[in-house]
Ligand binder design. Structure first.
Ligand code: ZN
Length: 317
C-alpha cells in the first residue's frame, strides 16, 4: 500500500464514530438479571430494585441492536468502506478496555459519544494483514461521565493458507514444533498481566503462589479479581499457598495441536489445601496416570528466559 493510503486512514483519527447517541433503554432490572444469568454472577449487589448494574455491562447500554443507532457517524462507514475497498474485507474484534467512573443504577438514562481514536499502520498477524481501528466511547448517565469503553478491531485481508508441501504427503501433526533448521522454536503463550492480577505474577516471580483474601469477609479467591464475589468488598490482602493440593479434575489434551505444547499432556484443575482451585499442568506423571484425588505439590517451571509458571508435580502412589 502506498503512503497515500496510510495518510487517508490517518485522516479519520479524531473523527466521531457516533454522535449524541442515546441508549435504547434506561438501565433496568430485567437486562441486569439476564446479564447476570448469562455470566453466572450471583453477586447480591446486582439483584433487586436497588441494584447497580455490573460495571462490565457498560457497552450493553449503548448497543443499537439490529436497527442500529441514529447517532452512528458517516466517518465510521467511510473508514470501513475505504478499508474494504483496499481488500481488508474481514474483521475480528481484538480487545476492549473499560474504565468506570460511577456505578450505573436502575433508571439511569444513558447517552454517549464515540470517536475513532486511532487507525494503525499496516500490521501482519497470523490471521492476515490489515489495520487496527480503535474506537473510544464515552458513556454518560444522566449527563454525568459514567465510564469509557475502548474497543479495538482488526480489518484485514485473510492470510492465504499455505498449500501442503509436496514430498511429505502423509505428515501429520501441527506446524511449528518440528521446524526447519534455524527456525525459532514456538514460544508458549505469555500470561496477560493487568492491574487486577499483577500481584499474582509478582508472587510467581518470587516463587510464591499468592491467594487473594477478602478484607471484608475473609473469603479466599483464585484467580485474582478486583472485588469479592461473596460480599462485594474491594479490600483484600494475600496469603501464600502452602503448595499442597490434589487433582480435582483434569483433561488430557490431544487435539488441536498448539505450537510450543507437546500433546498428549494433562491439564489439571488443582484444588489447593486452602480450598481454592486453579488450572495448571500436572508434571512428573505420565498423562495417562493422572487421577482425580491424586496428591500434587506446587513447583515453579522455568519455561524460557522470560516465563516461569506455577505447575503441580504429581506423586504416583
Ligand atoms: Zn468478601
Amino acid at each position: 500500500m502506498s503512503d497515500g493510503f496510510q495518510d487517508a486512514l490517518k485522516e479519520f483519527e479524531g473523527l466521531p464514530a457516533a454522535e449524541a447517541g442515546v441508549g435504547k433503554d434506561l438501565v433496568n432490572e430485567a437486562m441486569i438479571r439476564h446479564w447476570c444469568e448469562a455470566m453466572g454472577d450471583a453477586n447480591p449487589a446486582y439483584a433487586g430494585p436497588e441494584a447497580m448494574a455490573p460495571p462490565t455491562m457498560l457497552q450493553a447500554w449503548t448497543m443499537g441492536g439490529l436497527g442500529g443507532h441514529a447517532g452512528r457517524s458517516k466517518a465510521q462507514d467511510e473508514l470501513f468502506a475505504l478499508l474494504e475497498g483496499a481488500g481488508y474485507t474481514s474483521v475480528v474484534a481484538t480487545d476492549c478496555e473499560q474504565e468506570y467512573l460511577r456505578p450505573l443504577r436502575i433508571g439511569d438514562a444513558i447517552t454517549f459519544d464515540a470517536v475513532i481514536e486511532s487507525v494503525s499502520e499496516q500490521k501482519t498477524t497470523k490471521l492476515g494483514t490489515g489495520h487496527f481501528v480503535t474506537t473510544r466511547m464515552d458513556v454518560r448517565a444522566g449527563g454525568e461521565p459514567a465510564g469509557t469503553h475502548r474497543f479495538r478491531i482488526l480489518k484485514y485481508a485473510p492470510a492465504q493458507r499455505k498449500p501442503k508441501a509436496s514430498g511429505e504427503p502423509g505428515k501429520s501433526g501441527g506446524p511449528g514444533k518440528s521446524g526447519g533448521p534455524g527456525k525459532k522454536p514456538a514460544q508458549r503463550p505469555r500470561p496477560v498481566i493487568n492491574r487486577d492480577n499483577a500481584g499474582f505474577w509478582e508472587g510467581v516471580g518470587q516463587h510464591k503462589l499468592l491467594i487473594q483474601k477478602c478484607g471484608g469477609c475473609g473469603e479466599l479467591r483464585l484467580p485474582w479479581l478486583p472485588g469479592c464475589n461473596a460480599c462485594g468488598s474491594q479490600e483484600w490482602d494475600t496469603v501464600e499457598a502452602s503448595g499442597e493440593g490434589t487433582v480435582f479434575s483434569y483433561v488430557v489434551m490431544h487435539h488441536p495441536p498448539f505450537p510450543a505444547f507437546d500433546p498428549p499432556y494433562a491439564v489439571g484443575l488443582i484444588e489447593l489445601a486452602e480450598g481454592v482451585r486453579m488450572i495448571s499442568n500436572v508434571v512428573g506423571v505420565p498423562h495417562d496416570q493422572v487421577r482425580i484425588g491424586m496428591p500434587v505439590r506446587l513447583e515453579f517451571l522455568r519455561v524460557d528466559e522470560e516465563l516461569e509458571l506455577p505447575v503441580f508435580r504429581g506423586s504416583e502412589s
